[in-house]
Design a protein. Sequence first.
Lengths: 214, 198
Amino acid sequence: MNLTKVINDPRQQLNIADGDAVNRGSDLESQWVYQAKQGSQHAFHHLYQSHHKRIYALCWRMLADKDSAEDVCQEVFVVLWQKITNFRGESKFSTWLHSVATNVILGHLRKQKNWLQRVFSIEEQVSNLVEPSEKLTDNSTLESLDKHIARLPERARLVFVLFAVEGYRHEEIASMLKMAVGSSKSQYHRARTLLKEWLEIEGYDAVTPESGDA
Amino acid sequence: MSNEVINNLKAQSSSTKIVDSEQHLTQSITALPCEMQPERDLWSGIERAIHNMPQQPATNIENVSAFKKFTSAVPMAWAASLVLAVMVSWFTFAPSMLTQPNEQIAHRGAVTEDLVQYMEQNFIQQKQAMQVSFRQPNLTNLPIEMQNELTKLAEARKTISKALLADKHNVDLLNLLDFTQQQELKLLEQLYRQYQVI
């Protein structure tokens, strides 16, 4: 059994009857973490291999830009190298890593020159007009919902990803994004409404040609 | 077909559509892939970046708030620097106070000397109590820049104490000593809290 793959995907972990394999995978990761804390770049590379695709997915969804997502994903692992000594194993390593990644991503957004512009929604008005195909370098391999997530206005997108995908609570999101809890909830509602609309239109577009043929 | 029936059918169709779109979205979220493959190799850049990059000393704070706390210590370091700046300004521009009658100076000098001693003792006691409550932390495990700030602050405090012994009537210097002691205690407490390691 491919232990790396097991560690990568918690959904697979749940489906595996062989609990020992999961334990071995977890033990292996604990060893990598321990060795990385001692300064082993080799062990750190194993951790990178295990987690970078999930972290990249988080970066991509929050930033909606392939190049930025790749750069920030690298930054996350550089920060991880510096801070891994702070991990004491009281939570799952992946959970801790995702909180590090989320902070790095939000830090990156804040550092951008046009952060204020982004926050105060000038960009949001433009964002809705931009088609996903214009916004993304390559969206051919993306899931349908991911394409639509990338179209969302920034604040709605951040809240949606953090709440629906990453599982943060609105209180936590509000604190991270420096907004009121109510704003977080309304942005989430806004994101859901837009996504439902777009998925509906997409479904209609997908059905239309067949209907025409018939 | 009556209008009422048509409206009912429309309403039913609309609510079914809402339920469908909700379900569709929920299913789409569940089906989102956990992973995405970056197009370019990211490891080579990371490897170059971390080559010879030191890791932070371990703390007992297990999350990113450690970083936030670290950055929040920086203002304290600035406060330490501010104390030094005030001191330099003081010793450069302070007016001479030696124009008062000798008796007054002698009396106030004795009072101030007692006060300085009391303040020093009080400061040392507070510092010791703090060290005990944090289980005698080892300051050498702190980041170098923090150690430097602490050293500067301690030196500033000593210099002010010495200056007070030579200029015992100087109330402003006394206030500066008090301010410096408080800053040093605050900085120590903040550093102890975030680097309990130690």
